[in-house]
Design a protein around this ligand. Structure first.
Ligand code: 5GP
Ligand code: ZN
Length: 119
């Protein structure tokens, strides 16, 4: 059921500690850890501890936790010292947009120039 930990979900396993991760920040409702395949000098994934497949379904079911994720992204950016130079928050939604892990996650990217529009 949405919201409950999924046995076959990689990011639920990271939240539970079953799969190790380089954690940079944790709040009551969120978890932030470095991406295993970084696309920028700073590349952190911010996730809700609860399982929802994407940002839209999370926001519809748990709007406060969706806000917590966005707030945690800004806090991670400040902590990683990319808040002043600028950073990007990316929420890939659906396989056609490159989503490969179906547990909501925000990419926080920075520390290099970020072109717009993205490729
Ligand atoms: P998506 O493509 O779904 O938007 O992002 C999934 C991200 O998870 C990718 O950037 C990928 O590098 C990252 N990732 C996949 N497996 C692992 C893992 O085991 N640990 C960590 N830290 N990141 C992972
Ligand atoms: Zn999950």
């Amino acid at each position: 059921m949405a919201g409950e930990a999924q046995a076959d979900c990689l990011f639920c396993k990271i939240v539970s500690g079953e799969v190790p991760a380089d954690v940079v920040r944790e709040t009551e409702t969120t978890y932030a850890f470095r991406d295993i395949n970084p696309q920028a000098p700073v590349h952190v994934l911010v996730i809700p501890k609860v399982h929802y497949p994407d940002a839209g379904t999370l926001a519809a079911a748990e709007p406060q936790i969706a806000a917590d994720v966005l707030r945690a992204c800004a806090e991670v950016a400040a902590q990683e010292k990319i808040a002043d130079t600028g950073f990007r928050i990316v929420l890939n939604t659906g396989p056609g947009a490159g989503q490969t892990v179906f547990h909501t996650h925000a990419h926080v990217l920075g520390g290099r120039g970020l072109e717009w529009p993205p490729g």
